[in-house]
Design a protein around this ligand. Structure first.
Ligand code: TYC
Length: 103
């Protein structure tokens, strides 16, 4: 006797859940005290921005209040934001960078 019915046995499926690591935005915040040239210097030194790109980010933050600087893994974003804020603190300026998850 042959079995013609379909095989209804459960098969165990292993689904590997791979989640992309979330990316974090570094955001430059405007203030009334930090000199424009200092902001530009920090963007160049810490975020490796060229003069033109750095100027655009600085002037956007100056005019609109904030500007996206770059997107990194959480660790890099937080380290760079801290480095930038520390440079400003050492120089006596209240310059702020914040980080937040993308999306
Ligand atoms: N607003 C500052 C000034 O007029 C310059 C500045 C720009 C400061 C951007 C912070 O994120 C900033 N001197």
């Amino acid at each position: 006797m042959s079995d013609t019915g379909s095989d209804t046995r459960r098969k165990t499926k292993t689904r590997v859940k791979v989640e992309k690591p979330r990316l974090y935005k570094v955001i430059l915040v405007n203030d009334d005290y930090t000199p424009r040239e200092f902001v530009l210097m920090v963007l160049q030194a810490v975020f490796r921005m060229g003069e033109d790109a750095g100027y655009k980010v600085m002037i956007t933050a100056h005019q609109k209040g904030t500007c996206l600087v770059a997107v990194y893994s959480r660790d890099i974003a937080e380290t760079k934001a801290k480095e930038a804020v520390d440079l400003a603190k050492q120089a006596g300026f209240p310059l702020m960078f914040t980080t937040e998850p993308e999306e």
